[in-house]
Design a protein around this ligand. Structure first.
Ligand code: AMP
Ligand code: ZN
Length: 464
């Protein structure tokens, strides 16, 4: 039985999809105005892990992630560069998909773009106006939150009496809880900005309406799961609920799932604070994208993760250990006899399943894999693993990897990396850069590799 923490009910709920065998999942996607930072990517990774876990359990998953390609930031960026909005956003959408691919994030079922769904958004806005939940003012349309008494259920924000229309409205898409007021659904065009025709004159959509319209379009009026980072609970998701439910008269989302932030020295990683890394920054420093994937999933999705380069180094080492383990299992000769490992594998698999079922505990599931590595490694070192045992373990690794996405690798890549580091150490020694040479030796040692300098040159072997 899968249980998942639902921000709406504030506890772990048993998961039952609306339709047997099918899960509908909407995850708020990127605004394509710049490279995503690895905090954004961590949140997108969680929707991948959730979808992979559901697929492994046999569900068909219709997962949708929107691409926000019109808002203040994209319009400003295009204007600054003197290119069209489409050209500007396409560039960053391409980078975004490249990053997903490098992080082994499986493609979503659909990636709808805001600018391609203006008619659907206008339809929802029109319905809201007709039902008395929205009103026009100077060519813009606002949601009247006093018309929707259930406002605030998700975030706990309680609008004051004076939030009714006489007390002003908000034109910005992002604002603080204290500022709760009528929010904008459709913005009257400012001169020189891209705009679309509407019953209220030329304009463009607000940010919130995009997700409601595209979720309804592709997944229906009521969906199973909706995901995003915790910063989206208010106002974005609160507003999505209000406008969707006021328009359709039906429950919008059954399970609300929110991922905690990636932080740096106690602060949220963000563009505005300047404390961010992009995936490219890390790849340029020589890290493997799969190590980044591993690091981002080392804390539970509802826990903050503190990003450090040391942590990334440890992830790189953990992967080397895992890949090396899998390589050695694959090298066990077909006729080798050895211990029966079915009991150990069954324990690992049961723990793996139980952890994922308990609110998508990916770090717990990874621990099940690494515990098996720890138990089987000594047997491998003593040549006690036979062909059958090796296959049992490799089958489990492949099964676990359907969710984790970190085990598959090119055979021999560990050896290649060790050889490259050894060559670098030789060069450091030739340059009399002893500190660098020692650093490389220590790094290899941390991965369980000992270098021995012999009369015929350095050699390496594995520690037990
Ligand atoms: P944006 O492109 O700014 O709309 O953000 C895309 C997604 O990244 C949203 O779901 C945010 O909640 C999420 N996000 C923003 N900053 C962080 C962070 N530091 N850690 C994790 N997720 C984040
Ligand atoms: Zn959204």
């Amino acid at each position: 039985m899968l249980r998942i923490y639902n921000t709406m009910t504030r506890h772990k709920d048993e998961f039952q999809p609306l339709q047997e065998g099918l899960v509908t999942l909407y995850a708020c996607g990127p605004t394509v105005y710049d490279f995503p930072h690895i905090g954004n990517l961590r949140t997108f990774l969680w929707s991948d892990l959730l979808a992979r876990m559901l697929r492994r359990r046999g569900f068909e998953v219709h997962n949708v992630m929107n691409v926000t390609d019109v808002d203040d930031k994209t319009i400003d960026g295009a204007e600054r560069e003197g290119v069209s909005l489409g050209e500007y956003t396409q560039r960053y959408a391409d980078y975004f998909f490249e990053d997903l691919d490098r992080l082994r994030i499986e493609p979503a079922w659909k990636y709808p773009r805001a600018t391609e769904h203006i008619p659907q958004m206008l339809e929802v806005v029109q319905t809201l106006v007709e039902k008395g939940h929205a009103y026009e003012q100077d060519g813009s349309v606002y949601f009247d939150i006093s018309s929707y008494p259930r406002y605030g259920r998700l975030s706990g924000v309680v609008p004051e009496e004076q939030t009714s229309r006489e007390f002003g409205r908000l034109d910005s898409d992002e604002y603080a809880r204290e500022d709760v007021r009528d929010f904008v659904l459709w913005k009257a065009a400012k001169s020189g900005e891209p705009s679309w025709d509407s019953p209220w004159g030329p304009g463009r959509p607000g940010w919130h309406i995009e997700c409601s319209a595209m979720s309804i379009e592709y997944l229906g009026k009521t969906i199973d799961m909706h995901m995003g980072g915790v910063d989206l609970i208010f106002p974005h998701h609160e507003n999505e609920i209000a406008q969707s439910e006021a328009a359709t008269g039906q429950e919008f989302v059954r399970y609300w799932i929110h991922a905690e932030h990636l932080i740096v020295e106690g602060e949220k990683m963000s563009k505005s604070k300047g404390n961010f890394y992009t995936l490219r920054d890390l790849l340029d420093r020589g890290y493997d994208p799969v190590a980044v994937r591993h690091l981002l999933m080392t804390a539970h999705y509802r826990k903050q993760l503190n990003f450090t380069l040391e942590g990334l180094e440890q992830s790189q080492q953990a992967l080397a250990r895992l890949w090396d383990f899998a390589d050695r299992l694959a090298e066990v000769p077909a006729d080798a006899q050895g211990a029966d490992l079915s009991a150990q594998v069954a324990v690992a698999r049961a723990k793996f399943d139980a952890e994922l079922d308990d609110d998508l505990n990916v770090p717990g599931a990874m621990a099940a894999v690494f515990e098996l590595v720890r138990d089987v490694n000594p047997l491998l070192a003593q040549a006690q693993v036979g062909a059958e045992g090796a296959e049992q373990v490799l089958d489990f690794l492949a099964d676990a990897d359907a969710v984790l996405g970190i085990i598959e690798h090119e055979r021999g890549s560990v050896d290649e990396e060790v050889e490259a580091l050894m060559a670098e150490r030789e060069q450091a020694r030739a340059d009399k850069d002893w500190a660098r040479a020692d650093e490389i030796r220590d790094r290899l040692l941390a991965r369980g590799i000992v270098i021995e300098d012999t009369p015929t040159g350095p050699r390496w072997r594995r520690t037990e």
